[in-house]
Design a protein around this ligand. Structure first.
Ligand code: GLU
Length: 594
């Protein structure tokens, strides 16, 4: 998304308006190289906020928190304090990768039948569950920022919140992405008085080119800066969240007709007060001598990316044979998705996760891939207790495809790196702005499976008391000889895993540069009958892959919206965001070389 900050030019004396223009840093484009620190995000205002922190001596964690707080203002339909995410951090001084699990958490009263309608014993339709109070988990983003700032930052969370509050007050220009995201959800947004007031003034999305302000969010951020995050988890803001979930702020005159009843949720203040971020050890595997670190449960991203890379490592793949590389990429994805469906949820025991990310497991799975004949998905998960090559047989259910979320990558001049994916799940979350507070609530709990997906076997991702839903978010950091080599992540629901994997395949196997690896057309095989591909991928590689037996489903206009940084040695950095997808992203470096 490209949103340009609106300068309060009319408030400044003429001389001041004219003079600093030449000195102000250029608006970040999708690629930048240089040194001294780098930021890549989907939005130029957020990237500029992060670069500003780095220029003023802040570290990567300070900058990442500033970017995230700003995205909560300028990209409110994908992230914000109403949501959660996963923060992966490489600490240069201690040569250590750590994580923060800021995933949303379900209510203590949640049971496995949470998404079953008691009236008829059937699961709720997906949209009915999304746009309800039932879908909202306790948000974890604010606690993530606070933990990151306290553990590893050099400036308090309050500074990031105060700076972002200024953006919310000053406003920003509405761009086509912002406008179209509201238009696409106008009926859902139009059911709620608070959301209509903020995002559908006069019954329509704000026009492209107008200024969008959010004074309620500015006040909320300042209140949190003053009082601390206790105000959110145990205070007035928390009460407002609970009230919104339990009594959705229905509009007296809804816009459009929504097909479902709006169901209230059961989240309580006690649930909010009980919220804690977790710090699970990162997932770890190696690929061609590189150390691959990712996010552990409740995300399935780390194990799935590791498993697929390990499977790919079993084959001799070179840039000379594009079709072969893509064939193995798609097959490895299908296998990794089958295994994640069977084994990965919030409570998967560590030995099972380690096994999934191991080379021995990759060998056991890789032997099922034929060089000449594609799987007919769905393939069955492997048997974690067996060894040897178990033949594939049908099973499993299609996986969800999200449309929202955002990702950011930051590095500083000391060599610290942050890869952070954050979300409110669908675009616009559950569509409820907390009245008077200016932020949308997540619908993350719809990432649980509503009913079992594994036949007679237990489903690891059913709802349960105070449980976190399984995620696909895959913030990934690669080290070479113990030093940062590459960091990458993306939004896109379950396609996050395949987008991150495909970027790594493009970079590490096909030899593309990072910007090329991000820009290249994408396809996603999530163990479903039809590969989901962007039109450019389908056109370029479809015929050769179809000749191997791959089948394509309907094309998707775009998959993911990645960001990344490559470390080119001697302090050199290449920061990259999307050149086109989601309205293009914004990458910048502190000292550009080109
Ligand atoms: N809720 C999704 C997940 O955690 C991400 C949503 C999206 O990217 O659209 O996997």
């Amino acid at each position: 998304m490209r949103i340009l900050p609106v300068l309060a030019a009319s408030l400044l004396p003429v001389a001041l308006v004219a003079a600093p223009a030449a000195a102000s840093p250029p608006t970040p484009g999708p690629t930048a190289s240089g040194y001294g620190g780098a930021v890549a995000s989907v939005d130029p205002t957020a990237t500029a906020a992060g670069l500003d922190v780095l220029r003023r001596g802040g570290n990567a964690v300070d900058a990442a928190v500033a970017v995230a707080a700003t995205l909560g203002v300028t990209e409110p339909f994908s992230s914000g304090i109403g949501g959660g995410g996963f923060f992966v951090y490489y600490d240069a001084r201690h040569h250590r990768v750590s994580t923060i699990d800021g995933r949303e958490t379900g209510p203590a009263t949640m049971t496995s039948t949470y998404f079953i309608d008691p009236a008829d014993g059937q699961p709720y339709d997906f949209p009915e569950a999304v746009y309800s109070g039932l879908s909202t988990g306790v948000p974890g983003s604010l606690a993530t920022w606070d933990a990151a700032a306290r553990n590893w930052g050099t400036r308090p969370l309050a500074s990031a919140l105060n700076d972002a509050a200024e953006v919310a007050d000053r406003g920003f220009r509405v761009d086509p992405t912002f406008n179209s995201q509201i238009a696409a959800d106008a009926v859902q947004f139009g059911q709620f008085s608070s959301t209509t007031k903020l995002y559908l003034p006069g019954g329509r999305p704000p026009a492209v080119g107008t200024t969008q302000r959010n004074p309620d969010l500015a006040r909320t951020y300042r209140e949190l800066a003053r009082k601390g995050i206790g105000d959110f988890y145990r205070g007035a803001i928390g009460s407002d969240i609970v009230r919104t979930v339990q009594h959705p702020p229905l509009a007296s005159k809804p816009i459009g007709t929504w097909a479902y009843p709006i169901r209230p949720g059961v989240l309580t203040q006690r649930d909010l007060a009980a919220y804690r971020v977790r710090s699970p050890a990162p997932t770890h595997s190696d690929f061609r001598g590189l150390d691959v670190y990712g996010m552990s449960t409740p995300s399935s991203g780390g194990t799935a990316v590791s498993e697929a890379l390990n499977i790919l490592e079993q084959f001799h793949l070179s840039p000379a044979d594009m079709t072969k590389v893509l064939h193995y990429y798609l097959e490895a994805s299908a296998l990794a998705f089958a295994d994640r469906g069977r084994y990965v949820g919030a409570y998967t025991p560590q030995p099972v996760l380690s096994r999934l990310a191991s080379d021995s497991w990759a060998r056991q799975r890789a032997c099922q891939i034929s060089p000449t004949k594609a799987f007919v998905p769905p393939v069955a998960p492997g048997d974690i207790h067996a060894s040897g090559c178990t033949p594939a047989a049908a099973s499993a259910k299609p996986t969800e495809q999200g449309r929202s979320t955002t990702n950011l990558t930051v590095a500083d001049k000391w060599g610290n790196v942050v890869e952070y994916t954050l979300t409110i799940e669908q675009i616009g979350g559950n569509a409820m702005v907390v009245p008077g507070r200016g932020f949308l609530l997540n619908n993350e709990l719809t990432d649980f499976n509503f009913t079992g997906t594994q036949g007679a076997a237990p489903d690891p991702n059913l709802p349960g008391p105070s449980k976190r839903p399984r995620s696909s978010m895959s913030p990934t950091i690669l080290l070479k000889d113990g030093k940062p080599f590459l960091a990458v992540g993306s939004p896109g629901g379950a396609t996050i895993i395949t987008t991150v994997l495909q970027i790594l395949v493009n970079r590490l196997i096909l030899g593309m540069s990072l910007p090329e690896a991000i820009a290249a057309p994408r396809a996603s095989q999530r163990n479903t009958a039809g590969i989901q591909a962007e039109p450019a991928f389908h056109a370029a590689y479809g015929p050769a892959l179809e000749a191997l037996g791959h089948t394509f489903g309907a094309d998707s206009p775009e998959l993911g919206a990645a960001t990344g940084i490559e470390f080119t040695g001697h302090g050199g950095l290449v920061a990259a965001a999307e050149p086109v997808r989601r309205g293009s992203g914004a990458a910048g470096v502190v000292h550009p070389t080109s």
